[in-house]
Design a protein. Structure first.
Length: 308
């Protein structure tokens, strides 16, 4: 005890109040603090850069996807317009062809009736030779023909008016559907732009919040660094102990799994041996049965030959 006391007094007088071990420990601690601070700054800078690159890579494909969807919708709309125009044109041609065919049939029927009526009138005139009756019949015939023509014209006008009304209704419905589709596309694009703006705003707020937290952590780091070092060392020690226990437990589990696998292999082998033995016994019994069956058939054949 006295030797230790005088040794401490000699060290204090020789090196001063601060011992070399304490100075070395303080120096190592300061160096560790500086290196940890620089590493943390570099790590945060790299993380911000990665986040910015990830945001750019997310924003570009999103814009390209929006442009491609708009272009595809425009192409589909143009294709639908072209198809509808072709259908309408073909329908109009068919209707005009059908109308001309119906008029031609009516004209042929009218001509046939006219020729028949003229021939009948001439025969009647030749038979009766009465001018008054011929005039009356001609007047009635003219009235009937004019009434028939008026009825045909009225029916054609009614059919054309119905077709025109149907065309107007179809055109209004088509324009209404096109307007609704345009409104839907505009609403979808507006919603997507609004969501994109909201995401970018949230990301910028997140960056600002990270910067403020970084400043606060830098201010609080100088005060809590020693405490954090002790805590990190204790956590590392606990994690090392836990890892060592987990490794030991894993080794025990692997050994037990190997034993179980060996036992399963032995059980399968035993079952296979039993099956092989049973199969050999069945083969022997089948061979004996086949031989006895052949012997019986041979005896029966010899008996029948002796009888013959």
């Amino acid at each position: 005890y006295l030797a230790r006391k005088f040794f401490y007094l000699w060290v204090e007088k020789t090196f001063g109040q601060v011992l070399p071990s304490k100075a070395r420990c303080f120096y190592d601690q300061k160096i560790f603090q500086k290196t940890f601070g620089e590493w943390k700054e570099q790590w945060t800078f790299c993380r911000e850069r990665k986040l910015s690159l990830r945001a750019d890579n997310h924003y570009r494909p999103l814009l390209l996807n929006l442009i491609f969807k708009a272009w595809r919708a425009y192409v589909c709309q143009q294709q639908e317009k072209r198809n509808k125009y072709y259908v309408a044109e073909s329908h109009a041609k068919k209707q005009t062809m059908l109308r001309t065919w119906q008029r031609w049939l009516v004209y042929v029927d009218v001509q046939r009736t006219k020729h028949g009526m003229q021939s009948a009138a001439l025969a009647f005139r030749e038979r009766s030779c009465l001018c008054i009756s011929w005039a009356v019949w001609r007047r009635q015939h003219y009235q009937k023909c004019s009434g028939h023509k008026m009825n045909i014209l009225a029916l054609q006008h009614w059919a054309q008016s119905l077709q025109f009304r149907a065309w107007l209704q179809w055109q209004e419905l088509y324009l209404y559907t096109q307007n609704e589709k345009q409104k839907d596309t505009r609403a979808v694009t507006h919603h997507q732009h609004w969501e994109l703006r909201r995401c970018i705003g949230a990301w910028l707020g997140y960056l600002n919040l990270n910067r403020v937290k970084k400043r606060q952590n830098e201010l609080a780091q100088e005060f809590h660094q020693s405490r954090m070092l002790r805590r990190c060392f204790s956590d590392w020690r606990l994690s090392w102990e836990c890892r060592r226990r987990m490794l030991a437990h894993q080794r025990d589990l692997e050994k037990q799994a190997a034993r179980i696998a060996l036992w399963r292999v032995f059980a399968h082998w035993k079952h296979y041996v039993v099956l092989c033995v049973e199969e050999a016994q069945q083969c022997e019994l089948a061979e004996k049965h086949y031989k006895s069956h052949l012997l019986v058939r041979a005896l029966l054949c010899g008996r029948w030959q002796g009888l013959w």
